[in-house]
Design a protein around this ligand. Structure first.
Ligand SMILES: O=C(O)CCC(=O)C(=O)O
Ligand SMILES: [Fe+2]
Length: 339
């Protein structure tokens, strides 16, 4: 049932068939739930195959994303990302620096020195009061953009609910334990484009990456990557290990708020995007790495939820490591440091 998607000395990321959870018998459902939870507890990352999003749909969304990033700069800038509260819109290359640093001045210094080589577009929950999405004017290549993205958003939202059910079962809780914490869908769909880049940029600037090392903030992230490679996950010993793309799978990682919620029984693991792995032979890239596209769907507990240690993750009150916290406040505070 289970295979390794990534295996290094001390990092094993399992590849799990999600249809065994969704459609399997009771025993398969239990076993798959345990495997999912175990992956989050040990690596903080899993790969899922056979999620209920058709590979064809996924390809269409990637194609639409590429068309979006081809729009001219002025058009994209008219949709610019504004505030952590809104967390919607376009971020030009250099706008966001994902990092573990929390001091805003330090982040600013780093951002000026070695900006991430990427641009992104964020879509939040459609209909959130006071926070409209920044939809582009639709014509030509991006006709149907809004509908396609909202459909995909809804499909990803359903996957979030199911993964949380698996985590609940894995923890010997009612399957529905998290349902009322995630039903609103206060999530963010982020389209990412890492432009083609000259190889020597990485030699000239030591420390140059496509996306700096960071952990994600929310409950889980569904990460769809193309076949280029470059995503790396930090192992317990601190090395970064390639999270090699596997066709038609989604990488799922736990975020900081889920780690906190689980009283640190689940790991939120640091990851980054670097230049694609050097091919030993047959490297056809010439002097330029081609563009890379990915789509991250950041799932969160409902912004109104109060998050405190999940039952079963502590024996006595004194074992709770964190204060209870409001989900929305936590996320806004975290986003405020990276942009
Ligand atoms: O592009 C990727 O593969 C990773 C993106 C990521 O980690 C993020 O946006 O949080
Ligand atoms: Fe991330």
């Amino acid at each position: 049932m289970e295979a390794a998607a990534v295996q290094s000395q001390d990092l094993l990321i399992p590849l799990i068939d999600f249809s065994s959870f969704l459609n399997g018998d009771e025993i398969q459902r239990q076993e798959t739930a345990k495997a999912i939870l175990h992956g989050f507890q040990t690596a903080g990352f899993i790969y899922l195959k056979n999620i209920p999003i058709h590979p064809q749909r996924r390809r269409e969304v990637f194609a639409m994303s590429a068309k979006f990033f081809e729009l001219d700069t002025a058009t994209k800038m008219s949709l610019e990302w504004t505030t952590p509260q809104a967390n919607r819109g376009y971020s030009a290359p250099g706008r966001e620096k994902t990092t573990q640093l929390i001091d805003i001045a330090e982040v600013a210094k780093l951002k000026a020195a070695i900006p991430d080589i990427k641009e992104s577009f964020e879509i939040g929950r459609e209909g959130e009061e006071g926070q409209p999405n920044q939809w582009p004017q639709e014509s030509g290549d991006i006709l149907g953009f809004k509908k396609m993205m909202l459909d995909f958003f809804a499909q990803c939202k359903a996957v979030h609910v199911e993964v949380m059910r698996a985590i609940a079962i894995g923890m010997d809780l009612e399957a529905s334990f998290f349902d009322t914490y995630v039903d609103v869908g206060d999530n963010t769909l982020r389209l990412l484009h890492y432009p083609a880049v000259k190889k020597d940029v990485f030699q000239i600037n030591p420390g140059q990456v496509r996306a700096g090392e960071h952990s994600d903030y929310g409950s889980i992230t569904l990460l769809f990557q193309d076949s280029r490679g470059g995503l790396q996950v930090q192992s317990p010993s601190g090395d970064f290990v390639d999270a090699t793309p596997i066709d038609d799978t989604v990488v799922v990682n736990a975020g900081d708020l889920l780690a906190r919620w689980s009283n640190d029984t689940i790991k939120s693991t640091v990851h980054r995007v670097v230049e694609p792995p050097h091919k030993k032979e047959g490297d056809t890239y010439g002097d330029t790495y081609p563009a890379r596209y990915s789509i991250a769907y950041f799932c969160n507990p409902n912004f109104k939820s109060h998050i405190e240690a999940i039952p079963g993750t502590f024996a006595t009150e004194s074992e709770k490591k964190y204060e209870g916290i409001n989900s929305g406040d936590y996320l806004v505070q975290r986003l405020g440091t990276t942009y």
